[in-house]
Design a protein around this ligand. Sequence first.
Ligand code: NDP
Ligand code: OXD
Length: 313
Amino acid sequence: MEKGRILLAVTGFHPQRWRDLLSAEREVVLEPDGAKDPSITYAVVWKQKPNLLSSLPNLRAIFSIGAGVDHVFADPGLPDVPIVRVVADNLTQYMTEYVVWRVLDHHRQGVLYRAQQTKKVWHDPPQRPAGDISVGIMGLGTLGRAAASVLLSLGFTVNGWSRTDRPMKGVTTYSGEAGLIPFLKATDILVVLLPLTPDTQGMINYGVLKELRKRNGLGGSVLINAGRGRLQKDADILRALDDGTLKEASLDVFEVEPLPKTSPLWNHPKVFVTPHSAATSDPVHLAPPMLRQMDAFERGEKLENLVDRKAGY
Ligand code: NDP
Ligand code: OXD
């Protein structure tokens, strides 16, 4: 079988770097040149233009350059071909680093120390053991499980919540709607690693945040969201921070990205902002396995890391 050509339809994420790496082994056509091109077999995408993919008559598979695929499903004319998402050690490692960094910073009172340093205050606040703090991971999938295992090794108490039952040694797991409130009530630091789907959109709202455990060693509950911005209601987070429902938050993702300069989240003393960079897709690590998958597919093997269209992730 002839090597299929690739349409690269990547908004942001340095398309040129992806093109250089993918074109080492296959012909790559950059959007918009590839529209309607019958010689294109694969699309490598990030936020592709609506109805672009449906114009390709011989498209056989779509590769998302991210782990999340909400940007793919945003296309109303999405053709019915397999969608492959990123599952890669490099990306997982970045996310684990981000989650552990933020959990440790809240646990070790980074907000307090930074405020003290600005005022040249020499004050040694009480410390508590990691085991007294429970970290609840919402979305116990590839990224959630990897972060959970490092947090466990640091001695934190770890809870996990997923759509289906997903047992994990050392982690107290909860699932589905029935498991949500018990999970939240047992959680001090909420880490959100959910995909954005019709079921999860907007679920990090005031009602959910107020269920988190407040009387804990941290002196309040904490939110860390590295999943997707539209999982959360920015205004509800601000309300929860301002009325004490939340003690602090680390946010990597926002309802609108880039976060508008007018957002009060930028300057909020209890909020730590990063620009959707918890785990950035690096083509050096992600393009080679994509090319290997295309080769395997052409040999008649099955594609890996396929998205479940019905579940939406
Ligand atoms: P996975 O598909 O491996 O895991 C998703 C988890 O969420 C699973 O445990 C799944 O449950 C759970 N889930 C999905 N829907 C629901 C629901 N309705 N209720 C409860 N649980 C639900 O994805 P990854 O771990 O690889 O990635 C997670 C997300 O992280 C991505 O979708 C993306 O949005 C985000 N991301 C963000 C990045 C960043 O830089 N900020 C970088 C990379 C990813 P179940 O196990 O039962 O299927
Ligand atoms: C992803 C992301 O989904 O970077 O991989 O957000």
